[in-house]
Design a binder for this molecule. Structure first.
Ligand code: MG
Length: 372
């Protein structure tokens, strides 16, 4: 089998939900075509047009070649070799960031293609399943008032979620208000539901974050996410060493190299690679192994279409120590409408797809509707 074309489709919602669901408002869908008619489906979570350009760029110099040019005519089943070829072939364009996000979309599509070619779900190809359904955590942004936090937590609890994560919103502005919001979440959650807090890089430095970390400890918060920007490794390490609450980060990071630094220099306790950004399924499995070796928890980030959620489910299934799948509670059109059979949550669990490949089929009419 040979790769004959790589098609990229930019999707964008007409109504922009910047505040509530930033990375679910657009998407870059990747389709890998072959001479045998099998098509692999993937998604890159990036600025769609930037990732598209990296895929479509011509060959100009050595190590400066677009990803499509590198893959045409190749055997799509040689995924590890093709990842290596893309990484080095485009290295002058960047070994982190958007280049890796573009590689992620292609890598996911290659795994989907391989599963379809062999008639097996992806998780069977990457080690097999430790579990066939994954615990979901409900992912939302902090509403403005304690009352709304309480309502949202009760709603998630009623739906069966084992955990709820509240993100930035107006968190990190007034310490008293922060505590009121977290207290409301804990009161509504009770003792049998985990609470997580995503700070969204809101702190002005170590002391600001340290005070909040101590407050979050009082309410037994499961982890504190993104107190600082990705490269603030020294500050991350300081916070991790001086507090008991697990510190989480990684949604903006790419490759095994960056995650190794986060764990070893930044002493990060929970790594959150996004499969459509960090380097795809192949790279995220390596990051999972590093997390295991470094004693860090592994909870992938997933805030886009069902293509990304499916990829996260297959990886979660095959990683023994994975804890949760992130389940975006913000219902934007691209989250709800794109898959023919949307991935749903039942009693707090999301089932791992059993159909060949990722097990996701996209609705072509919806693709056209949002295509730019
Ligand atoms: Mg986050």
């Amino acid at each position: 089998m040979k790769i004959t074309d790589i098609e990229t489709i930019v999707l964008r919602q007409k109504q922009i939900y910047w505040e509530r669901a930033d990375s679910t408002q657009d998407a870059l869908i990747v389709k890998i075509h072959t001479d045998e008619g099998i098509v692999g489906l993937g998604e890159a979570d990036s600025s769609p047009e930037v990732a598209q350009s990296i895929i479509n760029a011509p060959k100009v110099l050595k190590y400066c070649t677009g990803l499509k040019e590198l893959l045409i005519g190749e055997d799509p089943l040689d995924i590890e070799r093709l990842w290596d070829k893309m990484y080095h072939g485009a290295l002058k364009l960047g070994g982190r960031g958007a280049v890796i996000q573009a590689i992620s979309g292609i890598d996911i599509a290659l795994w989907d293609l391989k599963g379809k070619a062999l008639g097996l779900p992806v998780y069977k190809l990457i080690g097999g399943g430790f579990k066939n359904k994954i615990k979901a955590y409900c992912s939302v942004l902090f509403p403005p008032t304690s009352e709304e936090v309480k309502e949202l937590t009760l709603k998630a609890k009623e739906k069966g979620f084992f955990a709820i994560k509240f993100g930035w919103g107006n968190f990190g502005i007034d310490p008293k208000n922060d505590e009121a919001l977290v207290r409301a979440a804990r009161e509504a959650a009770g003792d049998d539901m985990e609470i997580m807090v995503d700070c969204g890089n809101c702190f002005r430095g170590f002391h600001d974050a340290f005070r909040t970390a101590k407050m979050l400890e009082e309410y037994d918060v499961f982890f504190m996410e993104e107190p600082f920007w990705t490269d603030d490794l020294i500050t991350y390490a300081k916070l991790s060493e001086k507090t008991n609450i697990p510190i989480a980060t990684g949604e903006k990071s790419t490759t095994r190299f960056q995650f190794l630094e986060l764990m070893q220099k930044g002493k990060v306790d929970v790594v959150q690679p996004d499969i459509a950004r960090a380097g795809g399924i192949s790279e995220t499995l390596k990051i999972a192994l590093l997390a295991d070796l470094n004693g860090s928890m592994f909870i992938p980030h997933a805030w886009s279409t069902d293509v990304v959620i499916a990829a996260a489910l297959h990886v979660n299934a095959s990683v023994k120590n994975s804890l949760f799948v992130e389940y975006c509670f913000e219902e934007t059109p691209l989250r709800k409408e794109l898959a023919v059979e949307p991935i749903g949550m039942e009693d707090g669990y999301v089932s791992v797809p059993e159909k060949p490949g990722l097990g996701v089929e996209l609705n072509e009419e919806v693709l056209e509707k949002y295509s730019v």
